[in-house]
Design a protein around this ligand. Structure first.
Ligand SMILES: [Zn+2]
Ligand SMILES: [Zn+2]
Length: 277
């Protein structure tokens, strides 16, 4: 089995593992019929994104690392470091860069229009991990490619990072019940499902916290960490405020959502227009 096949099988393997675990040890009860509809459409979006990544924008992060090495471009190609240190620094720097990117998608209205497709899911489980608008995914891959080139990260470091890119979100989006002691222990280093669920709260003040996709440090250091959701994990509402967003369960609704004015935005622009003399 070659490297490319292995990497393309990784998302599938992670997905199945956490799917099984969340069925065996669920954190919140999942309403059945409704759960299956959103689940199937989340997966459809993932398949569409996989096709775009394979045929439309075939940008391989590993190929970027190989090209930087051949060109002698980027920090680690200019200042060589021991492999373990280079892998560790690459993972930490890229993880922090994704934290910054995630904050930007919440603060910049144009990016939020794309990112809110991820937040419009009214439950959170392993399928939410792959629910991203294709335009957001393309922008995000381009951003990572630039950073990998600037770092001059090796193929091994990028492979480790890509692995975390699959495992981290599949883990912390899963509806998985962890023992309290384990959740507490993991929170010293990584974002657990309970940490990331708070980020999917309907309350904007909770949505604008717990941005970390793998390491939890940045949220703790930059004061964007919320320990527990106000309404508790069992009762909290997930998604976007019901009166502010149109239905986004089907794949066509998800794809069109960034280009449609929500009812709240329409109300705001109408109120703004009425205020003008
Ligand atoms: Zn977010
Ligand atoms: Zn999420």
């Amino acid at each position: 089995m070659n490297e490319a096949t292995l990497i393309s099988l990784l998302p599938f393997g992670c997905f199945c593992a956490f799917l099984m675990l969340q069925i065996l040890f669920p954190r919140r009860p999942m309403p059945n019929v409704w759960w299956q509809t959103r689940f199937i459409h989340n997966l459809s979006l993932f398949l569409l994104n996989a096709v775009i990544a394979r045929f439309v924008v075939p940008l391989s992060l590993l190929a970027v690392a190989a090209s930087s090495y051949e060109a002698g471009f980027g920090l680690f190609n200019l200042i060589p470091a021991p492999t373990w240190l280079e892998v560790l620094l690459t993972v930490i720097v890229l993880d922090f860069s994704i934290y910054v990117q995630h904050v930007a998608t919440h603060k910049i209205p144009l990016l939020w229009r794309l990112h809110k497709v991820h937040h419009a899911d009214r439950e959170m489980d392993v399928s939410t991990a792959v629910r991203f608008h294709p335009v957001e995914l393309v922008l995000s891959t381009g951003y990572k490619a630039v950073l990998i080139a600037l770092l001059g990260a090796s193929e091994m470091a990028v492979a480790v990072f890509v692995l975390l890119l699959f495992v981290g979100p599949a883990f912390n989006h899963s509806n998985l019940q962890l023992a309290q002691w384990l959740d507490k222990l993991l929170r010293f280093v990584i974002a657990t499902p309970d940490v990331h669920r708070t980020h999917h709260s309907v309350y904007r003040r909770e949505q604008d916290t717990n941005y970390g996709f793998f390491l939890i440090w940045w949220d703790k250091w930059f004061d964007t960490y919320t320990e527990e959701p106000m309404d508790g994990h069992a009762k909290m509402n997930i998604g976007l405020p019901r009166d502010q967003e149109s239905e986004q369960t089907r794949i066509d609704q998800m794809l069109l959502a960034p280009f449609i004015h929500s009812k709240a935005e329409a109300r705001q622009s109408k109120a703004g227009a009425q205020k003008k003399p």
